[in-house]
Design a protein around this ligand. Structure first.
Ligand SMILES: [Zn+2]
Length: 450
């Protein structure tokens, strides 16, 4: 947090911060509308009782038993919901308009984790391309001594020689095995660092890369990972790859299927295997939408996520013209988004397990914190209700990670929550009216302000 922002924050939320942030103890959030993350209708006139790091009770205002020393916050007219959880982001890849291994630094990663947190994303999964520093930062995040969102991750990940991912990363951020034996060795090496998941990049990025990952490589990775008790998330784009990966035992499709409508074969297979699906709707939209300058780009909520060089790019008519000058590319990305939206709805309705993620942080246009809000809006555009979308980003996203200590507001869960001055169940964009973010029972951030 810059001094300037810290000063601003302290001015705006001085009352709350001075009253609550410095002390542990019991806090009662009273008279709130509570979206508990479990998918049911919001609870009105409800009290959330927090003791130290944890939620200890969620009751109606009448039934709530408040300890004498409880500090009370009146949240009449406001909504409380669990902090959002990203199952697919990346840390330390980008800084402004730059991408590369030089960005995998403590200060850059902390900056990103703070930004996620300010936007209500209190848990972030860095799904691959993590250098050795990640182990230290993840341990600090879990211990509550790293500022910003809590962090999970997929260690380095496994890509393709002269293939995916096409990013410029250091040799300590990725394996590119040439044989199944090398792939198994990479899994064993990563397993020693206790990753939360593993990641493989399978496809050829719209046929721009020379090779896809050979099935014998990802089959070896999945087999070795499962022997080590690890699950594998796969970068996919094409329906064919998705089917082969699910059949081979991949645990998570880390992107939506975007070339073709999903079919009964994939749906049946995913349900049979219990495979998770993360649609990353924001990803394809981000390629073109900022050049189109939708009205929401003027909002403080959006502008505040932008580093100066990215803001300047968006304000540059030449950049916008260049993006829009390739109608073929814009057409492909728009078609990918539409297919992705349709497929999400189809898979959701069929009862496939859906997580939540955007690939934020992988490229400059995938903006940490904002991408997650845009993803929720796009999930609603796909035809889910705002409540269903929020359930994906909370309870489901936690379940994908195998975390039972968060994702819902219930006794015993971490007190990671967002206070919103509005009702996102009526209109998902009201989630942008963040009034406060709490993490581990501490008020960590106030409203997003200029
Ligand atoms: Zn990714």
């Amino acid at each position: 947090m810059t001094m300037k922002r810290m000063f601003r924050l302290s001015l705006l939320t001085a009352g709350l911060l001075s009253a609550f942030a410095a002390q542990a103890g019991t806090v009662a959030l009273q008279h709130a509308r509570v979206i508990d993350g479990k998918g049911g209708a919001p609870l009105e006139n409800t009290t959330v009782l927090i003791e130290d790091n944890l939620i200890v009770a969620v009751d109606t205002d009448e039934q709530a038993k408040l300890p004498k020393d409880a500090r009370i916050i009146d949240l009449s007219g406001k909504t409380v919901l669990p902090g959002l959880i990203s199952d697919h982001s990346h840390l330390g890849m980008i800084d402004g308009l730059t991408a590369g291994p030089q960005n995998f630094t403590r200060s850059n990663i902390e900056r990103q984790l703070r930004q996620f947190q300010r936007y209500g994303v209190t848990t972030v999964t860095s799904l691959g391309l993590n250098g050795p520093l990640f182990q230290t930062l993840r341990a600090e995040a879990h211990a509550g001594i790293l500022p910003g969102a809590d962090t999970f991750g997929a260690d380095r990940g496994i890509g393709v020689p002269e293939g995916a991912p096409p990013m410029n990363v250091g040799p300590d951020q990725l394996y590119r095995p040439t044989t199944p034996e090398e792939a198994r060795a990479a899994v064993r090496e990563m397993a020693t660092r206790k990753p939360d998941l593993l990641k493989v990049w399978v496809d050829d990025f719209h046929h721009t890369l020379a090779h896809k990952m050979k099935p014998e490589i990802y089959t070896a990775v999945i087999d070795e990972a499962h022997q080590k008790g690890l699950r594998v998330a796969a970068h996919v784009y094409y329906l064919d790859d998705a089917k082969r990966l699910v059949a081979a035992g991949a645990d998570i499709l880390a992107h939506g299927v975007r070339d073709l409508p999903v079919d009964d074969e994939l749906i049946t297979l995913m349900k049979e295997k219990g495979t998770w699906y993360i649609s990353t709707l924001d990803l394809d939209e981000a390629f073109y939408v900022y050049a189109e300058q939708p009205e929401w780009m003027k909002s403080v909520f959006f502008r505040n996520t932008l580093q100066p060089t990215l803001a300047a790019q968006f304000d540059d008519p030449a950049w916008r013209a260049k993006v829009l000058a390739d109608p073929q590319k814009v057409k492909v990305d728009k078609a990918s988004l539409q297919t992705n939206l349709d497929n999400l709805k189809r898979l959701y309705d069929a009862g496939v397990k859906i997580g939540f993620g955007t690939d934020s942080g992988a490229m400059p246009l995938r903006i940490p914190g904002f991408a997650e809000h845009r993803e929720l809006q796009l999930i609603v555009q796909a035809g889910l209700t705002p409540l269903q979308a929020l359930t994906l980003a909370t309870q489901n996203a936690a379940a994908l990670l195998g975390l039972d200590d968060r994702g819902t507001l219930a006794p015993g869960k971490r007190a990671d929550l967002i206070v919103v001055d509005g009702d996102p169940v009526q209109d998902i964009r009201q989630l942008e009216k963040i009034e406060a973010v709490w993490q581990r029972g501490q008020l960590v951030s106030g409203p997003v302000v200029p």
